[in-house]
Each structure stands twice: as C-alpha cells, then as structure tokens.
Write a protein of this length. Structure first.
Length: 401
C-alpha cells in the first residue's frame, strides 16, 4: 500500500493574523469544556473506567508536561489557532505520531533479540502537518527542561531536533539499534535501567490493583488475541488493571495475561483499548478508524514482534527488562550531558516515522520552504509552550475552585 492510497487531505481553517496572546485568550472553549467534550466522544467508542479518568485529571494538574502528555485532544484544538501558518499548509500533511513527546520513546527486543530504540506509542496516529510532531516534541522537551530547572532555550532544543531530523532524511531512514557504536549515548542511558523482576511481577499480579478474572470475563475476542502471542497451551492468568500507568490513554480499559512457567519464569502481555485519534474527534470525522496499524506498516523501523494492533485493542509485551530512559531530574543530573545526543536521536527517529508517508526528497523540499521563514521552529515551540502552560494553569484553577 502506498501513501497515495490512504492519504486524506483536510481543508485547514486559517485564522486572522491577530496577536499570539489574543489567540490564547480568545473565544476558544475552556480546557474543562474541551475535556468534557472529548471524553463524551471517547465513551461512545469504548468502555471508560471512571476512577481512572479521575486519576488522569489529578495527574493533569501536576505540571505542564504531564498536562501536555494527557491532552492531545487539546493540542489538535490549539495547534491551528496558535500556529496557523504551519497548521494551514495542506502540502505538509502526512501520517504522523500525533501524541509525540520526549517520554514517548523506549527500547524493545526484535525477533533477532537485538535491542531497538524508538517511538513506542502510536495510539494517536493521524494525518497532520509533519511540523506538528516536531513542534510537539520540542515543546515537551522545553517543558521537561523547565520542570527540572534546566536552563535551555527553545532555539537550542529545536536546533538539536532538526539536526537529527535532517540526518535521518539524508540517510533515507535507518532503525536505531543499541548495538550500533554510533549510539553510545543510548547505551549509556539504558544501562542498568531494567526493573527488578520480583518487584515488577509482584506489581503486575497485585490482586488489589489488578484483580484476577476468568477468561470468560474478558471482552469478546481478547482471549484469542492474548493466546496468539504465547506458546500453544500456555497456562495464562488474566487480570484487569485498575491502576495502569501512562497518561494519554488513562481511562481506557486494560487487561493483562501472565504465564508462569515451570522454572518460575514469567512472560506477560498487556491489552489496551484502542480508539481513533483525537484529531478525528476535532475534525468531526466519526467514521474514521485508528491509523496506528497503517503508520506502523509504513514507518522505517524494526518491529517489536509482540506488538499487535487489532481493531479495538493494542497488545504489547510486559517485561522487567524492557529498558526505559529517564529524563534528567535537575541541572546537576549527570545524564544532562547526554541530552543533546538524545534529542538528535529523537529527531532522527521522527524522520524514520515520516519517511513512511513521504519520500526523502519531498520532506527535504518541505523543510527548505519552511526555512525561508527564519525561526519558524523555535517560534512555534515557544508559542505552544506558552499555550500549554496557560491551559494547565486554567485546569488547576478550575479544579481548586
């Protein structure tokens, strides 16, 4: 399948060239109204856990970065208003990650037992200008730096990301393997990041947070999806997750299947309810389906053999040895010295995703056109960061009032 066959173009509405502050404080509905509208739409498409939604609302108040991670639906509303010249370019539209941010990257084992690093969450895959992914990633990096009291400008963050993005385009895309000596920063950052197996499985099998259920209590078809990911006749224990992690999808139902082998070893899978991207809620395109499988089919990447996409469910592996890179906690964190290399790699991996929709030549040409407008990338990043902090502050005020 080629991009031409599944591409859908949108007629983006251009706003008048009013001031940035006026656009933030203008007639846009409040974050509370936006949240209610999106959650009502989501309830029509999947069963929602009310307690988990309340937990999500509390986490949204914790800071601008968690707020950004939890509210892609707000991003798709605000993006055309705050950055109309970027959002209104029809020729820039392609299949993007959507909910891209600095904590949306991880490591997995491929079918050859090689460690691969890259984007690991595609729930919000949709058609948007490719600049949305770049600006959202840069915005999250800026908010993360501010949360850690690290002094860095949007210009510097964008410079590193775009360096990596252009490098990815020059090579025509290349999966990022930890065995590659060029990626020494990743090797250092992922060293000793695996969780303690006993503590990991104790948490997953906690009867309080994850009550045991019978196979017949699983949603229709889910048992078959689970079993297809294990060896035949595996003895599986099923649980419903009452306190899952994550933010963007918090509220959607999750289930786990865990096999305990005779030697005491364990293997697990998690199933998460899948709904179409919030972009389709925003555009009123209720007939649209999730684009996750389509994006994964075309992106330049080494697949995670345990990652399955079904019509209404995502199934992925649970394991304590799947490394996760933690961001620097403060300006004294020794990991901060490796942050520039990590940001370049994030830019490179973003190019790997976008090259699944457009050729290297086309993407390079689109970037060249944007470069005629000096500072477009940091300007948009600063604006979206201000917008996110504004919405977060309003969310906190509404919750406290």
């Amino acid at each position: 399948m080629t991009w031409v066959r599944f591409r859908r173009r949108f007629a983006f509405t251009r706003t008048h060239d009013v001031s940035h502050r006026a656009r933030i404080d203008g007639d846009m509905r409040s974050i509370v109204q936006s949240t209610r509208a999106f959650e009502a739409w989501m309830r029509k498409r999947t069963k929602v856990a009310g307690k988990q939604l309340k937990k999500k609302h509390r986490k949204m108040a914790a800071g601008p970065l968690p707020f950004l991670r939890a509210t892609f639906y707000r991003w798709v509303e605000r993006w055309p208003e705050i950055c109309p010249r970027l959002a209104g370019r029809d020729e820039d539209v392609l299949l993007v990650v959507g909910d891209l941010h600095v904590e949306n990257f991880g490591v997995w084992l491929d079918s050859r037992q090689r460690l691969v690093w890259g984007v690991n969450d595609f729930d919000e895959a949709c058609e948007l200008p490719f600049t949305s992914d770049l600006v959202r990633l840069a915005t999250s990096a800026l908010l993360a730096a501010q949360a850690a009291d690290v002094k860095v400008s949007a210009s510097r963050i964008c410079e590193l990301l775009i360096e990596g993005y252009r490098a990815g385009l020059r090579t025509g895309g290349e999966p990022i393997l930890l065995s590659n000596r060029r990626h020494s920063a990743l090797i250092t950052l992922t060293r000793n990041t695996q969780e303690n197996p006993k503590a990991f499985w104790k948490d997953k099998l906690d009867p309080g947070d994850n009550p045991k259920i019978d196979a017949g209590d699983l949603p229709k078809g889910l048992e078959d999806m689970f079993r297809a990911s294990f060896q035949p006749h595996a003895d599986l224990q099923f649980r419903e997750q009452k306190s899952p992690g994550g933010l963007g999808s918090l509220g959607r139902r999750r289930f786990t299947a865990v096999e305990t082998r005779k030697n005491g070893g364990r293997d697990g899978r998690e199933a998460k309810a899948l709904v179409p991207s919030a972009q389709y809620w925003h555009r009123g395109q209720d007939q649209m389906r999730s684009q996750t499988a389509t994006l994964l089919q075309h992106a330049i990447r080494v697949p995670d053999p345990h990652f399955q996409v079904h019509d209404e469910w995502l199934v992925r592996q649970l394991a304590p040895d799947i490394a996760k890179i933690e961001l620097p906690e403060n300006a004294r964190d020794i990991r901060l010295a490796l942050a520039p290399a990590l940001l370049r790699l994030m830019g490179r991996e973003t190019a790997n995703i976008h090259l699944g929709s457009r050729s290297r030549t086309v993407l390079e040409t689109l970037l060249q056109r944007l470069d005629r407008h000096d500072g477009w990338f940091p300007t948009a990043t600063d604006r979206m960061a201000v917008c996110t902090r504004h919405d977060h502050a309003e969310w906190v005020r509404r919750r406290e009032s």
